[in-house]
Design a protein around this ligand. Sequence first.
Ligand SMILES: O=C(NCCNC(=O)c1cc(-c2ccc(F)cc2)cc(O)c1O)c1cc(O)ncn1
Ligand SMILES: [Mg+2]
Length: 215
Amino acid sequence: TRSTRPQRLLKVVQKHATRGDPQSVISAIDHFCRRSEWAMNIGDEKGSILDSVVSELNPEKVLELGTYCGYSTVRIARLLPPGARLITLEFNADYAAIARQVIAWVGLEDKVQLVESASEDWIPRMTEHFGIETFDFVFLDHWKDRYLPDTKLMEGCGLLRKGTVLLADNVICPGVPDYLEYVRNSLSYKSCYFKSHLEYSKAEDGLEKKSVFLG
Ligand SMILES: O=C(NCCNC(=O)c1cc(-c2ccc(F)cc2)cc(O)c1O)c1cc(O)ncn1
Ligand SMILES: [Mg+2]
């Protein structure tokens, strides 16, 4: 049977990227998705904004919701200081299987832990299973109707502290209106919108960055 898109992405990485070299994985995927086949990676334009937010924050404990093939996982993990940890949740078993191989290809397994699960099932288990009290940085890129409920769930589980930064992909396309309404109106400060474009496309999209202020 025909291969899946994630399988084709993995083959591009194994053929054109250098083991242990995250930048070559990022470039190989972006080139393929721009020239051959669109895929829902954050991409190079929004990815550069993600890089600048991560570099400025220098987080020790990172949570990513929605791994897909691991493109943003690699983008984030390559910038983390030694000892920092990234936990990434992916519900879809096929995506998770590919992402594990991409993460292994760049040799970032010691920084990254991929959990194959629905986000709502594992957010409440972060403390008892991983010993993580609070996260410094959360990247939201999973199902768009899960951004708001999972943010409230993280708040309820005490996983967000004063100063935790939440960065959300796709706030315009496909869009997350309920989440945007919540983060822009809640008693927090410094919620800002980074206008950009949908990955590998001219359509508008953007990232919303919010610093948590437990008022
Ligand atoms: O689809 C699952 N996750 C991907 C979430 N991400 C997206 O849906 C997504 C979509 C788009 C997008 C934009 C325009 C368009 F025309 C089509 C798609 C872009 C993005 O940047 C995304 O991030 C999924 C499956 C599953 O079985 N279980 C849990 N999650
Ligand atoms: Mg996305």
